[in-house]
Design a protein around this ligand. Sequence first.
Ligand code: URA
Length: 435
Amino acid sequence: MQVDYILAKKRDGLALSKDEIEFLIKGFVSGEIPDYQMSAFLMATYIKGMNETETFELTKSMVESGKVIDLSSIDGVKVDKHSTGGVGDKTSLVLGPMLAAVGLKVAKMSGRGLGYTGGTLDKLESIPGFNVNLTRDQFVNQVDEIGIAIMGQTKEIDPADRKIYALRDVTATISSIPLIASSVMSKKVAGGADAIVLDVKAGSGAFMKTVDEARALAEALVSIGKRLGKQVVVVISNMDQPLGRTVGNAFEVEEAIDALAGYGSADLMELCYTLGSELMLKTGAAQTTEEAMSKLTDALESGKALDKFRQLIEWQGGDTGVIDNTRTLLPHARFVEDIEVVAEGYIHRISAEEIGVGARYLGAGRKRIGEAIDPGAGIFIAKKVGDYVRPGDTLAEMWSNDAHLLAVVRALVEEAFQIYDIPHEPPPLIYDVIK
Ligand code: URA
């Protein structure tokens, strides 16, 4: 098979065969196909797209590039959750323990963020001692014993995605539906879960800027899941303003602990309940939405979900003291500055994108793979869209270990807030559910 022939086909908008896709992925992972040819393939795919069958074959080849975690020895329904990435999205830290508390087996492989802040792994690593590098056996055993484990993707799982993602990141080919769908689903399928709930974000802080784009991605994800024999449900949620009150790694862990203790912000909890109940309906863990909601509420109000989070921290070597001492045991940056309201009015917009970029400048995110992040840096959002504010009120707090950065980021965070003198209804958080 000739790589340049395959590239020409995709460049001209023709569909590739199963064998051609397999040949490309195998060749790229083994090193026989160089980065420059893969880059051309990614750009051609970005521009010309892929049909459903090609996207499925691409996903399957990516899964087959590495090992698949075998969870069949564990009784019960094994579930996983994934988000396409947003600003302030600490949902996994809250929803994972809630699902484990209602009896589902949460086997979650997570990534490090390449977005505005760290990913779930970076957030968990802000807990002193927390180990995300479990072996496959440790992972499977922990899911079996306590019903939840969260670990980093090992080198042997989906190596094709790791290599392709690194290239997409530097070739402006991230926001392509077949490339995102195959990247997400290949990792989830390799993770071994039976059922997966996916949170596809739409808005200024997301890859998919519009609900229509998000819906197209959701449909691609569900179609791949069906063909691969997985139960998949997708929730499309709003990412125009940051989720919850915090953006930054240790801050988000602190907010997740507060949420598990019953003090979560309305939007964060609405998203957790929606994702959780849809997954419970899909897997038969509940027959009706009311039943799912009542089980999830009980998990939270009885303290069982918080206990699951404590157990998760303990089993993965972290300091469980953080649960009761977030202020002293989680890292906080040294310098803090407030952004204050100048003229009274109602908040119409908080740009997730600008807050995300600001948080990354402050040290909460990384610009390149492998870069260190500052777990104690970030932004606290004091007011949300729809709130009435007066001069002197705090809109946000910026936290950094570099005082100079606070001055650099100030204008960005100020601009992120748009305040007008007419009242404004916040937009819906949940746009759609695709089953
Ligand atoms: N999340 C992923 O895992 N992959 C993508 O390509 C985009 C978001």
